[in-house]
Design a binder for this molecule. Structure first.
Ligand SMILES: Nc1ncnc2c1ncn2[C@@H]1O[C@H](COP(=O)(O)OP(=O)(O)OP(=O)(O)O)[C@@H](O)[C@H]1O
Ligand SMILES: [Mg+2]
Length: 489
């Protein structure tokens, strides 16, 4: 499939795609869009940042009939931020056709949503809890639903959303089409997913590894107490455009954020205990670059597409290999490159090796940059800054000051002073991050290496049961991932 024209799309859709600046479909789009347009249920798997949203978005928008005022398309996403983002992408796809899209998610006033629902959106994008709430209130009806897409499908079937998903799917007509997408799909979850579909076509893009090759992947072994300084030294030497730092718990996110601010960085935290207004504001500031560092729990691991994220740091190694894939996939999107660095304690090394095995790629070992490394890099950046201003030749207003300075001082001393002022010298303000056990002994392997999933029956009959997680032995992992329970991250 070479062009979007080959899909036989309506002129409105073609126009929209053109306006979005897409020259040609990505491989997953090339494979799945025709299948979905033909009416197949599709399970689509492709690496992070390869355009899965548009892969389900085009069929959804194309299949909307403007003659009907009913909800015809539904997209379910695991997080509120992702619901907003996907709704935005669909809005762009549906703009020329004038398809009405609405996002509904928790933390937003339900009355406001109900008023918006009265304007008859054609496609609703939502998080499972809030969708179910609307279904109970009958403010959303799915009697005329034609197509449902579940984004991050493995996560949705895994994290305890399964009951909500079942309840939602039970209200949709049997004739509806189902599209499930994710970058990861553990076999056990795949079995679970198939229970929601009829003769699904599984499209998995061939790749040597589960992660995107354009992401450089590193790990650094260190003691828990070295982590914070290591993070600062990494930021100072790597000078990220935008960076996301993932930590294990909400408390750690808060502490790291506070610590970074103490050391003069513009960082903000994102996790499930913050008000939605705050979450939205933080995301907005990060996207605009007002803040350059986002510290987050796994709430930001999946799906978020933020241009300019050059670096991802796993301050804490993720528990699941899948989580690793998605976290680092916040960089290196749509053909861009990225760098991911994972901090690991000695006791977590086995876990790191397990992740490498699952993703079929080795991370390169590296070391914590020294203060001298950090200083040198910051100085180099100051020099670059100075030189670029010199090259702009826009310093005329400052020339008289320069003459005066040079008449009184040594030229080298003056330039050195300017550089010193421009340099963000490595900051060693003491910062305490609570130990939180430091590391963990994971028992479970990622990518469906646990027990085989429980298989559901056909749609409408046997329902897929919740996938039980193997009980972890030994020291419990301090995560809030409990068996089948929805987590707040
Ligand atoms: N055909 C295309 N050509 C160029 N860019 C595209 C195309 N399709 C999508 N994109 C862009 O690629 C970026 C990544 O797309 P998207 O967020 O859908 O990735 P994804 O596969 O869903 O990743 P993830 O697994 O992380 O959710 C987006 O900015 C999107 O606008
Ligand atoms: Mg996505």
């Amino acid at each position: 499939m070479k062009t979007f024209q080959d899909f036989g799309l309506s002129p409105e859709l073609l126009k929209a795609v053109e306006q979005m600046g897409f020259d040609q479909p990505t491989p997953i789009q090339g494979k799945t869009i025709p299948l979905a347009l033909e009416g197949h249920d599709v399970l689509g798997q492709a690496q992070t940042g390869t355009g899965k949203t548009v892969a389900f978005g085009i069929p959804l928008v194309e299949k909307v009939s403007l003659d009907s005022d009913e909800i015809q398309g539904l997209v379910i996403t695991p997080t509120r931020e992702l619901a907003m983002q996907v709704a935005g992408e669909l809005q762009r796809l549906g703009k020329t056709k004038r398809v009405r899209i609405l996002a509904v998610y928790g933390g937003q006033e339900i009355d406001k949503q109900i008023r918006s629902l009265k304007k008859h959106p054609h496609i609703v994008v939502g998080t499972p809890g809030r969708l179910q709430d609307h279904l109970r209130r009958r403010t959303i009806r799915l009697d005329d639903l034609r197509m449902v897409a579940i984004d991050e499908a493995d996560e949705m079937l895994q994290m305890g959303f399964i009951e909500e998903i079942e309840a939602i799917m039970a209200q949709a007509p049997e004739t509806r089409q189902t599209l499930l997408f994710s970058a990861t799909m553990p076999p056990a979850i795949k079995a679970l997913a198939e229970a929601f579909m009829i003769e699904p076509v599984h499209v998995k893009m061939k790749a040597k590894e589960e992660t995107i090759p354009s992401i450089e992947q590193y790990y650094i072994e260190m003691q828990p107490k070295q982590k914070f300084d290591a993070l600062c030294r990494m930021i100072e030497t790597q000078a990220p455009g935008l960076a996301i730092i993932f930590a294990r718990t909400k408390k750690r996110v808060d502490e790291i954020t506070e610590g970074l601010n103490k050391r003069g960085y513009h960082a903000e935290g994102l996790h499930g205990d913050l008000s939605q207004a705050r979450r939205t504001a933080v995301m907005g500031r990060f996207k605009q670059g007002t803040i350059s560092i986002l510290v987050a729990t796994d709430v930001a691991a999946r799906g978020l597409d933020i241009t300019g994220v050059t670096h991802v740091y796993n301050y804490d190694i993720p528990q699941e290999a899948e989580s690793y894939v998605h976290r680092i996939g916040r960089t290196g999107r749509a053909g861009k490159s990225g760098v991911a660095t994972t901090f690991v304690t000695r006791r977590e090394m086995d876990h790191l090796r397990m992740i490498e095995q699952v993703i079929r790629r080795k991370m390169a070992r590296t070391t914590i940059p020294t203060i001298q490394d950090a200083l040198r890099e910051q100085q180099r950046m100051a020099v670059d800054q100075l030189v670029s201003v010199v090259n702009e030749q826009s310093v005329g207003e400052y020339a008289s000051w320069a003459h005066r300075l040079l008449s009184e001082h040594d030229a080298v001393a003056v330039v050195a002073a300017a550089l010193k002022l421009l340099t963000k010298e490595p900051d060693t303000t003491p910062v305490q991050i609570a130990e939180d056990g430091g590391d963990f002994f994971p028992k479970k392997k990622g990518f469906g290496r646990g027990k085989g999933g429980s298989r559901g029956g056909e749609r409408g009959k046997g329902k897929p049961r919740r996938q039980e997680r193997p009980a972890s032995k030994g020291k419990p992992f301090s995560s809030n991932k409990k068996k089948g329970k929805k987590q707040s991250r």
